[in-house]
Design a protein around this ligand. Structure first.
Ligand code: ATP
Length: 446
């Protein structure tokens, strides 16, 4: 097997020779200045580079060393650069770490100590490469950017893949921020209507009085302010998919009109007299407990059956084994690129905090926290404190630890039981009312 390449950027030829001789486990490539270092980087793509900051034409300063560090990391950001700090240059070594170097060592060189740092750098590089490979593999095709590695979400994706080609209505149930809109879009893209439009409307965000016009459109002069004829969202989605988010917030009066559209597949704009046929697929979502709403008359049962030919339950993020860490890594890389390129990953305490947190706001909360943390991070790694999870992680106290465990177990049981609350309760060994209480308490309805 060929030996891994260690690039030594060093203008002292005698020292470079000594390193080549000492590190026989590696193929040591030596570069004496910045240009040679970059050539060697392109040619050998070394995982690890040792860098003397004092390079010609500035052998007594550090400017050329820092420029080399910048160029190396710009060309190959995953490279582990270990910086040499001469006597009294500790401050520049620390600055180099801030600029993205992986570690530093003090001159004069202790061959064994540097050897350990180098070996560890190769090891970490290999782990990170493996992580990236796994993360890349975890991105499934077809569901527009949805990230997961958990069996719980794999099951959801499979269900949606199966129903995408059939022109049935789909109801997505899940707490806020679990990715319902992303899944609805994925469903559209995997369906024969993919060439048509995906039109989304959040029924909770629009005042009751305006919702009807938004959905059905209006003719010019239908009401004060209706200065021109306007198509509603339903018409806009003709040939494509209409995503009705927060369907549980549609008032009863409008539920009747929606039902009529779903039965007859024609709409009438407000103030219009013409029935306009519209062919669109309906996907809807809610975080509310629609079963309970139907039971106490807040949601029409006949409409429910039209909208929910297929019901898919989206587990809370805390109930997806391993997904929070995976998604956090993705967002760190994503936001680091534009907001703070020095940041390369999550510190160990941050990873533990991400795994332990209950994520009441699900993926949206995770994305927001990571984004803010990337901006706030002072070094290469995002810490638990940057995520604002430092004191609030699951081991804050027994109650939060229990809640996290409850959420995970309930989410999994619901997925396993295909959303059937009685079956999930049996799996969990608790009564149905107790499970309902827990679903309510943790806002896990659906
Ligand atoms: N599995 C995932 N992988 C990557 N990003 C995700 C995932 N799930 C959700 N997101 C992102 O999280 C954010 C929230 O997702 P989305 O808007 O789909 O949630 P939602 O369930 O519709 O929320 P709400 O009910 O509050 O409208 C979006 O920015 C979305 O891109």
């Amino acid at each position: 097997m060929s030996r891994p390449v260690l690039l030594v950027v060093e203008d002292d030829a005698a020292l470079a020779r000594q390193l080549r001789w000492a590190y026989e486990a590696y193929e040591v490539v030596v570069a004496g200045d910045r240009a040679a270092a970059l050539d060697a980087l392109r040619l050998h793509e070394p995982a690890v580079v040792t860098l003397d900051l004092g390079l010609p034409p500035d052998p007594d300063g550090t400017s050329e060393g820092f420029a080399t560090l910048r160029d190396v990391l710009a060309a190959a950001p995953a490279t582990k650069v270990i910086v040499a700090s001469g006597h009294g240059e500790r401050a520049s070594a620390l600055q180099a770490i801030g600029d993205g170097a992986w570690d530093f060592y003090a001159k004069p060189i202790d061959i064994d100590a540097l050897g350990l740092i180098v070996a560890r750098a190769f090891h970490v590089h290999a782990l990170e490469a493996e992580n990236r490979r796994l993360a890349a593999r975890a991105v499934p095709s077809g569901f527009g950017g949805l990230l997961y590695a958990s069996p719980e979400m794999a099951q959801v994706a499979r269900q949606l893949e199966r129903v995408a080609p059939a022109d049935v209505s789909v109801m997505l149930l899940g707490a806020s921020g679990t990715g319902k809109e992303l899944l609805a879009r994925g469903l559209h893209e995997a369906s024969p209507r993919a060439r048509g439009r995906f039109v989304a409307i959040n029924c909770a965000a629009i005042p009751e009085t305006l919702l009807e016009a938004e959905l059905f459109g209006h003719e010019k002069g239908a009401f004060t302010g209706a200065v021109k004829t306007t198509e509603g969202k339903i018409e806009q989605a003709a040939g494509g998919t209409l995503f009705l988010d927060e369907i549980g917030d549609v008032p009863l009066s409008l539920q009747v009109k929606l039902l009529r559209f779903l039965q007859e597949r024609v709409i009438e704009r407000i103030g219009g007299r013409r029935a306009i046929p519209v062919d669109t697929r309906i996907v809807c979502a809610t975080h509310q407990d629609v079963d309970a709403m139907v039971a106490d008359g807040r949601f029409r049962e006949d409409l429910y059956y039209r909208l929910a030919e297929i019901v898919v339950r989206i587990p809370a993020l805390a109930a997806r084994t391993g997904d929070a860490g995976l998604i956090a890594r993705h967002f760190v890389q994503h936001y680091a690129r534009t907001l703070n390129p020095v940041v390369t990953g999550l510190a160990a305490d941050a990873r533990a905090a991400v795994d332990g947190w209950t994520w009441p706001g699900n993926v949206r909360e995770l994305e927001n926290r990571v984004k803010r943390a990337v901006i706030m991070a002072e070094g290469k790694l995002v810490t638990a404190a940057d995520l604002d999870l430092g004191t609030a992680s699951a081991d804050l106290n027994l109650r939060t630890a229990r809640e996290a465990a409850d959420r995970r177990a309930i989410g999994r049981a619901l997925v396993q039981a295909d959303g059937n609350v009685s079956a999930a309760a049996r799996l969990l060994g608790i009564s149905r009312p107790t499970l309902y209480d827990l679903l309510k308490a943790y806002d896990l309805q659906g």
